[in-house]
Design a protein around this ligand. Structure first.
Ligand code: SF4
Length: 353
């Protein structure tokens, strides 16, 4: 190895300060790296550790995951949010099992063709597990790059690759990637970076010019659409009516309270009871749901019956539900408790979101 003023202190710092995390334990297989990297997207490390351990108990290897049902996979994922990640993990496992003889392809160009694997995850798997010399650019790496170079625009993947490329020459990319990400997670924090103990301080343009607070340059905020829905709570004989969302719908494959406008008709609300609103935020939109306890006449209209089924209260927690549905059912739980009835507490998996 050469003695580069950034790479050398960075790797030394990482060797002394890198955290012990379950996915860094040996054997470091592509399966374990893949699962952890997908979980870590949009998820705090602390939460991901808990889910990762749970996941490995259920699906210790690719074949076990590929042979599981989607319902089983969604249930183990429940609470992590962004459910397309879980659906893609399941699809991808089946493809790797059937088309790649249970072995992940080694090259990022091939990895990226698999469902749910983008340029970052492909580079992470290829560099950590197969020794590929590729730069994995995640949010931490972008932020560190923006500050190291006092970069005056939003840092794209291509910018990061171009700027960081020379540091990687002669060093193992897997270790460099991990060290940079760790620096972003432990020192170069989004707000209040810990520059005093940063190994790259002397080479950091933002620190040298006293302008760390200016970087990374923020992109212009886009307006996030807000949608409004009514959630129908339909109860009968200790059971609640739930529908399984179609695969191509939002939260596809998950069970939940029927919402108007999501493939479910408007229901008459005379005699219904409105419960406090529920708000939930997704990456691309926000939703406000007004839960109403519907009083249906004795006969349930056929259109409703076809859309789902009555699930006994005790069995609701066996189904995979979204964070939004947990909140809605929480309103029902509170309403029933106030009146001395009980809706069994829901198993929220790990940390509900
Ligand atoms: S000196 Fe500060 S701003 Fe620069 S890389 Fe280190 S932690 Fe980030």
């Amino acid at each position: 190895m050469t003695n580069h003023p950034i790479a050398t202190p960075l790797l030394q710092w990482f060797q002394a300060n890198g955290r012990t995390l379950p996915w860094r334990e040996e054997p470091r297989t592509p399966y374990r790296v893949w699962i952890s990297e997908i979980m870590l997207q949009q998820t705090q490390v602390r939460t991901a550790v808990e889910y990762y351990r749970r996941w490995m108990r259920h699906f210790p290897n690719l074949v076990r995951l590929a042979n599981a049902s989607l319902d089983e996979v969604l249930k183990v994922w429940e609470g992590l949010g962004y459910y397309s990640r879980a659906r893609n993990l399941h699809r991808c496992a089946r493809i790797v099992m059937d088309e790649y003889h249970e072995r992940f392809p080694r090259h990022p160009r091939e990895l990226i063709r698999l469902p749910g694997i983008g340029p970052y995850t492909a580079a992470a798997i290829a560099s950590f597990c197969f020794g590929a010399q590729v730069i994995a650019v995640d949010g931490n790496v972008r932020r560190v790059t923006a500050r190291l170079f006092a970069f005056e625009k939003e840092v794209t993947r291509q910018d990061a690759e171009r700027l960081l490329g020379p540091f990687y020459e002669g060093y193992p990319a897997g270790e460099m990637n991990e060290a940079l990400m760790e620096l972003g997670a432990l020192r170069c924090l989004p707000s209040r970076p810990l520059c005093d103990t940063c190994p790259l301080r002397e080479s950091c343009a933002a620190w040298q010019t006293g302008s760390v607070h200016r970087y990374p340059v923020k992109p212009e905020k886009k307006r996030v659409p807000h949608i409004y829905r009514t959630g129908y709570l339909i109860l009968r004989d200790g059971a609640i009516f739930l529908r399984k969302r179609a695969p191509d719908e939002m939260l596809g494959g998950l069970w939940g309270v029927p919402l108007n406008g999501d493939g479910f008709p408007e229901l008459p609300e005379s005699g219904s009871v409105a419960l406090p609103e529920v708000k939930h935020a997704y990456t691309h939109f926000r939703v406000t749901v007004r839960p109403v306890l519907i009083r249906l006449e004795a006969k349930i209209p056929a259109i409703i019956q076809k859309a789902g089924r009555f699930v006994p209260f005790q069995e609701v927690s066996d189904l995979a539900l979204s964070g939004l549905d947990h909140k809605i059912l929480g309103r029902l739980e509170a309403y029933l408790l106030e009146r001395g009835s009980k809706f069994p507490p829901l198993d929220r998996g790990g940390e509900g979101r």
